[in-house]
Design a protein around this ligand. Structure first.
Ligand code: ATP
Ligand code: MG
Length: 392
């Protein structure tokens, strides 16, 4: 994080040398005050995007219309955004137009919560016009200005309040809570892609058990696709832990509420095919867990889904395995994948020259693979030949 901040300082100083103002803003300032690890650093500046492009050699125009460019500096990316306000909201969706402004304070004033509206200059001095530090000390999520106004401007902020509660364990200010209760129908105006981004961060939060309570008590859940289903809320009410990923969440919900399919989730939430594939695999492997040997289950479980699977496993079964046991079983498998099997389809055909080709080849190969993976058959041509001989 120190490395990150000192690179950000260099970026800021380059802008300053050219006569512009520049500050670290948003999540990075908040998280550093909380001594949490900082993901990426956003910089707000008085320079316009084209002026930023003139100063740095590597600039990617990621959102010019909103005044944002991505500056690559020493292999680190910084999102650099021109001071702006968001004016004329007509439908609680998105600002109709962004208006560039010359000063930092106005830029901070458009931000959602006081803890996100603190700026840090090149010498780490804080500019905190809305007393965000005090709210951080009091662990309080408070809107910049009137909650009703701010939630009506952009209804996603209600969801963001709850996801920050999940990540930080903060309380949401009383008037903001009342306002969410009142304004939650405005969530209908928000694109599902924006909601999904916040949802994913929320379910991963350490304090999800508190956040989901807020989601239910304020009634906001009623305006989220599928979550509004009474069976789904019931499950959510009884879920006391957070999820390592959206796929684990969907797999778990599908296992609990069978008639809502994985494809319903991915369609209504407009999720990627990758996520759909992962969720399906998790469900499939949980079914396998009930009827196959554990070695075969972890063999089919990709390394990067181990934790997701384990979570689903402890939520849905009374397993006595620990995650490290599963990892150990996976590490000590006789083969890691099908390519490591000493024989293939043509070997099988050669072994049964009289038989006509067909689905049996694949089936037999699968049985051999399973026998090898579970340690019942050695992965050698000789052993497999004998096994085939005895088998027939
Ligand atoms: P994270 O660590 O999850 O990235 P973050 O605070 O950086 O948290 P972002 O979504 O990356 O959140 O947004 C960056 C900053 O932009 C926020 O800190 C906030 O100041 C401002 N912001 C983002 N979304 C909104 C919004 N909908 N309304 C007002 N301000 C917003
Ligand atoms: Mg951020």
């Amino acid at each position: 994080d120190n490395k990150l901040f000192s690179l950000a300082k260099e970026v800021i100083q380059k802008l300053e040398i050219h006569g512009y103002q520049a500050y670290i803003v948003g999540g990075a300032v908040r998280d550093s005050l909380l001594q949490r690890s900082v993901g990426d650093i956003d910089i707000a500046t008085s320079a316009f995007p084209d002026e930023v492009q003139n100063i740095f050699p590597k600039v990617i125009p990621t959102g010019i219309q909103h005044g944002t460019v991505m500056v690559r500096y020493q292999s680190v990316s910084f999102e650099v955004t021109t001071f702006r306000t968001e004016s004329a909201y007509s439908d609680s969706r998105r600002p109709d137009q962004v208006k560039f402004v010359s000063n930092l304070i106005e830029d901070l004033a458009r931000r959602d919560f006081t803890m996100n509206a603190i700026a840090m200059d090149h010498s780490k001095c804080l500019i905190d016009p809305f007393a965000g530090q005090q709210d951080i000390d009091n662990k309080l999520i408070r809107t910049v200005g009137d909650a009703n106004d701010r939630f009506r401007e952009d209804a996603l902020r209600m969801m963001r309040a709850i996801r920050f509660q999940s990540q930080l364990g903060f309380e949401i200010d009383r008037s903001a809570l009342v306002s969410i209760e009142k304004n939650s129908p405005l969530m209908r105006n928000i694109s599902i892609e924006r909601i999904a981004t916040e949802w994913e961060k929320m379910i991963k939060g350490d304090h999800f058990h508190i956040a989901k309570q807020t989601l239910i008590e304020t009634g906001l859940y009623r305006f989220l696709p599928i979550i509004s289903n009474h069976q789904v809320v019931k499950i959510l009410k009884n879920t006391m832990i957070s999820f390592p990923s959206f796929s684990a969440f969907i797999a778990y919900m599908h296992i609990k509420v069978n008639d809502i399919l994985i494809s319903d989730w991915t369609q209504q939430w407009k999720l990627s095919n990758q996520l759909k594939k992962e969720s399906k695999l998790l469900v499939h492997l949980l079914q396998d867990y009930h009827k196959e040997e554990i070695a075969w289950v972890v063999y089919n479980l990709p390394e990067q889904l181990m934790e997701d699977f384990y979570l689903v496993l402890i939520l849905c079964t009374d397993t006595s395995f620990s995650l490290s046991q599963l990892k150990m079983i996976k590490r000590s498998l006789p083969i890691k994948n099908r390519n490591k099997l000493i024989i293939n389809g043509s070997d099988i055909v050669a072994f049964f020259p009289e038989r006509e080709k067909g689905a049996w080849i694949h089936e037999l190969l699968l049985r051999i693979e399973k026998a090898v993976v579970t340690g019942r058959l050695e992965n050698s041509k000789k052993a497999i030949r004998e096994w085939l001989h005895d088998d027939q």
